[in-house]
Design a protein around this ligand. Structure first.
Ligand code: DX5
Ligand code: ZN
Length: 229
């Protein structure tokens, strides 16, 4: 994986599934190389989304894209292989669903995928500390998982800063991703706080002009990252 950071990662949950291939291509033409897939089981989160078949479809439509699969499901260990086979490049599991998180991370890596761990808004970032050296990515939920289009939770900035600080102190290299309520208003501050990967569902797919919105989000992210100065 070789990306210029920060990366904008559209969450296809907010896409129009009757023309998914077309919308993925619109994003790709606008420069998107990373897609976020939200898997919800109706148990861990109060909503059901889609399973490995759709991930496989995304893979078929965008063979070169980086596919980031966010598992909001109970017993994720049981389904890791299905998502790896479907074409996931990165699989993230919730801290709250994994009693043996270290083992789950090793399992994901054994399948040839990168491994991420996710924390809910009510979960402390400190709890990830023991597994940080094993992680490729940490994902901070900035809404309670389950639905797109919710309001960003302000305390998420603090968690981003905490993880960025630990990463620097311990010379680690995991990416920091934020998911939920990301848009034009907060993308700059998120990047300044240390976010590398910005998941955006509604703010991308519900825009009247998707390419224009992507360009606007990307330019705000880039100018805030000090890479243009
Ligand atoms: C929430 C999902 C998010 C969601 C983000 O449970 O994990 O990825 O699709 O959607 P927006 O950007 O609309 O908040
Ligand atoms: Zn997500």
């Amino acid at each position: 994986m070789n990306f210029d950071l920060p990366v904008l990662a559209p969450s296809i949950l907010a896409a129009n599934f009757s023309k998914l291939g077309e919308e993925l291509q619109t994003c790709s033409d606008a420069g998107i190389r990373w897609f976020h897939c939200d898997i919800m089981d109706g148990h861990f989160v109060p909503n059901i989304s889609y399973g490995p078949m759709i991930v496989e479809t995304v893979r078929e439509c965008q063979p070169e894209a980086f596919l980031d699969v966010h598992l909001m499901i109970e017993n994720p260990d049981q389904y890791l292989e299905d998502f790896a086979d479907a074409g996931a490049d990165l699989i993230s599991v919730h801290y709250e669903t994994c009693p043996h998180l270290h083992r789950t991370i090793q399992q994901i890596k054994k399948m040839g995928c990168m491994a991420g761990a996710v924390i809910n808004p009510a979960t402390s970032a400190e709890l990830l500390r023991p597994v940080l050296p094993d992680l490729d990515l940490t994902l901070i939920m900035s809404v309670n998982p389950g639905f797109g289009g919710q309001a960003f939770i302000e305390s998420s900035y603090r968690k981003v800063q905490q993880l960025a600080q630990i990463r620097q102190e311990e010379q680690l290299s995991f990416l920091i991703e934020v998911d939920g309520g990301v848009g034009i208003k907060n993308i700059g501050k998120l990047v300044q706080s240390g976010v590398d990967v910005l998941v955006a569902g509604s703010s991308v797919f519900k825009a009247d002009n998707i390419p224009a919105r992507i360009a606007e989000l990307q330019s705000k992210a880039l100018t805030s990252s000090n890479k243009l100065v």
